[in-house]
Design a protein around this ligand. Structure first.
Ligand SMILES: C[S@@+](CC[C@H](N)C(=O)[O-])C[C@H]1O[C@@H](n2cnc3c(N)ncnc32)[C@H](O)[C@@H]1O
Length: 392
């Protein structure tokens, strides 16, 4: 049953086999902003233990904006160069919340912990997440309850990471007045895995045109978007925009959709092939995708094309190739192929996939003005702006 939110363009509902879902509560236009969401939790994507030779982070540890040379950069009085802030007010905000005395001590102890040093980046970032999540329980219990209400239960394959991180934190930096259990640690890590959005370092800083993830955020409304391999909306972030809302994410429609249609994002770049998409969705998100695109591509011949790497190992090919394009066009012209509806399959790639080399971002029109759709499309990865082309 749908629970309509009259002030919103989207309603939260429950769809069998997909859990909670966001559905258009009125017809939506290409480029229309359907959601702006502020995070309940943001944490750095940098390794916790960094080589001594590496420079300190170049962004503010509170707002995650780039530290410019003209900024009034201030460091944490306790952990000095490890945590920098773009202004005294960001330091004040951080010490009251995300960089409380306990967080500062916990991160310092973890950095000095010999067993964390050899751990992969993923484990170190998970440690950062757990410290941020336990701190949320202490500083903002309401937001912690929201975090606990998100999808994610933990699975046996995550057990070694859960065990390692739980023992580490319980022994060297237990949060005050919070009883830790391994079940809580497992649930939190599962919620992070299923629901965190990566916030990208600003485009202007990337010499090679590639953007890396600077931080991860948990968003209380955006976490309800389900996945589709041909999404009808995509999300944008602008970390270096004016402070205050720079960690907000914006979700814009890629094309028009009618009332009642589910609004979906793609959880990864749209160029991945069927096999790779299904593998990622099963391993990382615990479901099998049966979207219209998957129904068509399940029958393609090159889904499990093998690639021999430089070491002679056989790997699965990850991205779609030119043959895939041809099969896609064939599928689209075949009226019965896999239940493709009124939004043709090949057309999506032609019109809405960024053509910049190795970008694979998704394009959405800029917001419409005076009800007229914009003819300019923006890439949500490299920021490239492209003039729309009329396709009949
Ligand atoms: C970020 S949450 C999305 C909201 C979620 N449905 C809920 O009830 O909170 C991601 C989870 O939603 C479910 N999901 C997302 N897309 C799906 C799809 N296309 N088909 C089935 N389940 C999906 C999976 O359980 C996935 O791990």
């Amino acid at each position: 049953m749908m629970t309509a939110d009259s002030e919103s363009l989207l309603s939260l509902g429950e769809i069998q086999g997909r859990g909670r879902a966001l559905v258009a509560s009125q017809p939506l236009k290409a480029g229309q902003i359907v959601l702006k969401d502020s995070p309940i939790l943001v944490y750095s994507a940098l390794p916790l233990v960094r080589p001594q030779s590496s420079a300190s982070a170049s962004y503010c540890d509170n707002c995650f904006r780039t530290l410019s040379s003209s900024a009034n950069v201030t460091s944490c009085p306790s952990c000095s160069h490890h945590h920098l802030f773009c202004s005294p007010s960001c330091l004040t905000m951080a010490t009251a919340a995300s960089h409380s005395t306990w967080v500062c001590q916990a991160l310092s102890r973890l950095r000095d912990c010999p067993s964390l040093v050899p751990q992969p980046l993923e484990r170190q970032v998970q440690a950062r997440f757990l410290i941020a999540a336990y701190n949320l329980a202490l500083t903002c219990p309401g937001h912690f309850q929201v975090l606990l209400s998100l999808q994610g239960q933990g699975s046996p394959s995550d057990a070694p990471a859960v065990q390692f991180l739980h023992s580490l934190i319980s022994s060297i930096c237990p949060p005050p007045s919070l009883s830790l259990s391994i079940e809580l640690t497992a649930a939190l890590l599962a919620k992070d895995k299923l629901n965190a959005f990566g916030l990208m370092a600003p485009i202007s800083l990337q010499q090679d045109g590639q953007r890396s993830v600077r931080a991860y955020g948990i968003y209380p409304k955006a976490c309800f978007f389900n996945h589709d391999c041909l999404p009808n909306a995509c999300r944008f972030d602008y970390l270096d925009s004016a402070p205050g809302q720079n960690t907000d994410i914006t979700v814009r429609m890629i094309h028009d959709v009618p009332q009642g249609r589910e609004i979906c994002l793609s959880y990864f770049p749209v160029n991945l092939n069927y096999y790779t998409r299904q593998k990622r969705l099963a391993e990382d998100y615990g479901f099998t995708c049966d979207c219209d695109r998957c129904k068509v591509e399940a029958n393609w011949s090159d889904n499990e094309a093998d690639v021999i790497d430089d070491n002679g190992n056989v790997e699965k090919e990850e991205v779609m190739d030119e043959d895939s394009d041809e099969q896609m066009i064939a599928s689209d012209t075949d009226g019965d192929a896999g239940g493709v509806d009124d939004f043709p399959h090949a057309y999506f790639f032609f019109r809405y996939m960024c053509s910049h080399e190795n970008c694979w971002g998704t394009l959405a029109p800029l917001p419409p003005s005076d009800d007229a759709s914009s003819k300019v499309l923006e890439c949500n990865v490299c920021g490239n702006l492209k003039n729309d082309i009329d396709v009949c």
